[in-house]
Design a protein around this ligand. Structure first.
Ligand code: BG6
Length: 304
């Protein structure tokens, strides 16, 4: 059996013979569903998410580029909307490759490539950020595993600066029993506490209220690179998150009051069932000289 890939009405679905599946909207190249072969949905998607291309999709994996958060007015991204334009632009489906072409068994995995370039932006957005760029976003589905990888190319003749992030809404059963390991000793900027910087003291970060922090965990001492994060539920590992070239991790849960005020977030008690773990490069700017390219990625493994 081969992976089955279908694109209709700007929505792409892929299913492995194992039963694992993924759904990606061309709007934002937003992954809206990732199911493992036990039928379990691994991502949280708001039931009021706007899916008609008029507003970024609330839930799944919105892609943040070229700026995270409200753009600083003094920066070249200053006139863009919060979290940039990637999550509210239509992307092109570039095609699929099976693991056969990647050197494995044909039914092991499927890689889906999506593209967005300056030519695809509407005129208003192009004016706000007039750089010549090309993005390739690859989503690879394997048994129990999803990989998201972004390739950024500067196709123009002037340098630009960008930030990028995978704004992943992980589905959890109960936020009050959810914790994150792998952040201890990490400095973080706490947006809930005047954007002041603190150092994480807990080896297992638990959630008791609104949480909105940008962590920049130190790299591992043995130089093996970025330390993977483990999300636990009721004490058992539920997700393993590995990162490549994405030094920062935003951890966000809006909690009851914040979510109450979000029109596209339903059901209203849904804050109890999601945790955003957002690997990215957002605490500083990545500068790409003319002709240069950058790549970063994350791997999501479901452990339950
Ligand atoms: C998080 C930010 O990444 O995204 C939060 O840290 C923000 O501050 C949240 O509230 C949701 O953002 P948006 O633009 O999708 O409503």
């Amino acid at each position: 059996a081969q992976p089955v890939v279908d694109l209709s009405d700007n929505v792409l679905t892929a299913r492995l013979p194992t039963g694992d599946s993924v759904t990606v909207y061309l709007y934002g190249a937003t992954v809206t569903s990732w199911k493992t072969n036990n039928g379990q949905e691994q991502l949280f998607l708001s039931s009021a998410a706007v899916l008609d291309g008029s507003k970024p999709i609330r839930g799944g994996i919105p892609l943040v580029f070229p700026v995270f958060g409200p753009p600083p007015k003094s920066h070249a991204t200053g006139n863009l909307p919060q979290h940039g334009f990637a999550r509210n632009s239509y992307w092109e489906f570039l095609g699929k490759s099976s693991s056969e072409s990647l050197g494995g068994k044909s039914d092991d995995s499927v890689k889906l490539d999506f593209g967005l370039s300056s030519d695809f932006l509407d005129e208003a957005t192009k004016k706000k950020w007039p750089y010549d760029f090309g993005l390739v976003y690859s989503v690879t589905l394997e048994k129990g595993k999803l990989e998201t990888s972004l390739h950024v190319q500067n196709k123009g003749n002037q340098a630009f600066e960008f930030q990028a992030l995978f704004h992943t809404y992980l589905a959890v059963k109960d936020i009050s029993k959810t914790a994150v390991r792998g952040l201890d000793e990490s400095p973080y900027v706490d947006k809930v506490r005047n954007a002041e910087t603190f150092t994480e003291s807990s080896s297992s970060l638990a959630f008791t209220g609104e949480t909105d922090r940008v962590y920049t965990p130190p790299t591992s001492k043995d130089d093996a690179g970025l330390v993977p994060l483990v999300v636990t539920e009721d004490g058992a590992d539920s997700f393993l998150v590995s990162r490549e070239a994405l030094p920062d991790v935003t951890v966000w849960n809006g909690w009851e009051d914040k979510i109450k005020g979000m029109g596209d977030f339903e059901p209203k008690d849904g804050w109890q069932r999601y945790l955003c773990i957002e690997p990215g490069t957002v605490s500083s700017w990545t500068k790409l000289e003319a002709g240069d390219a950058w790549q970063g990625g994350a791997t999501w493994e479901s452990k339950l």
